[in-house]
Write a protein that binds this ligand. Sequence first.
Ligand SMILES: Nc1ncnc2c1ncn2[C@@H]1O[C@H](COP(=O)(O)OP(=O)(O)OP(=O)(O)O)[C@@H](O)[C@H]1O
Length: 256
Amino acid sequence: MAESKLLSVRNLSMRFGGLLAVDQVNMEVRPREVVSIIGPNGAGKTTVFNCISGFYRPTSGEVLFEGRPMHRLPGFKIARAGMVRTFQNVRLFKEMTVIENLLVAQHMQAERNLLKGLLLTAGYRRRESELMDRAAHWLERVGLVDFANREAGNLAYGQQRRLEIARCMVTRPRLLMLDEPAAGLNPNETRDLDRMIVQLKEEEGITVLLIEHDMSLVMGISDRIYVVNQGKPLAEGSPEEVRRNPEVIKAYLGEE
Ligand SMILES: Nc1ncnc2c1ncn2[C@@H]1O[C@H](COP(=O)(O)OP(=O)(O)OP(=O)(O)O)[C@@H](O)[C@H]1O
């Protein structure tokens, strides 16, 4: 396994009928980086995410996580391997409470011995209390302690987005994939999100792969940026390099 790479995407392509939505995309993510994918609407960013996280099986190409092939595995196995994601439209269990969402996420992640659960052994109870401790820790980290028993669907939108990130983090991923986490947030909430992502990287050592349209967020927190346009890779580099790239300005930034 190459130590320097957490995720390698090689020649990834995804075809929907006659549409080549992703065309030979290559990408590397190293541990503790924040890497962003940007590009105009319909460029193929979410399709790349869906291929990496196992929601789609790519038409061709490879996805290696810590050197292991992921591109033929179902999503739940990829999540268990340590890559978890959020969605453009928040997907929580809206009728469950905030804390229940965090407990269920951990239950779904773990391979559980149901019989042990039914027998309520000491080991099982110890494990349950660990899950609760971790849920409480992440509620604190995302500022939702006071909302622990609130139905998730009744939270403000910004709080739901934070809960979605907590729901990923309780499963102790190594790669956190965020699909437009700032969508629908007000400027204060976006600033909080910005701070939270930086803290995740600096304090938890988490690696982040991000799709985002909010350019000030992207430019502020990314170590590197990949630009895609009409499914094809257009540019790659530091925020400064990408900002100055004439092709990028023409295809994307110039659009704004
Ligand atoms: N399941 C699907 N079936 C058919 N076409 C699809 C499917 N998913 C995406 N597409 C098409 O693939 C192309 C890329 O879409 P994708 O959602 O990946 O773009 P995006 O860069 O994430 O866009 P946005 O920034 O608007 O979210 C679009 O033309 C889209 O209509």
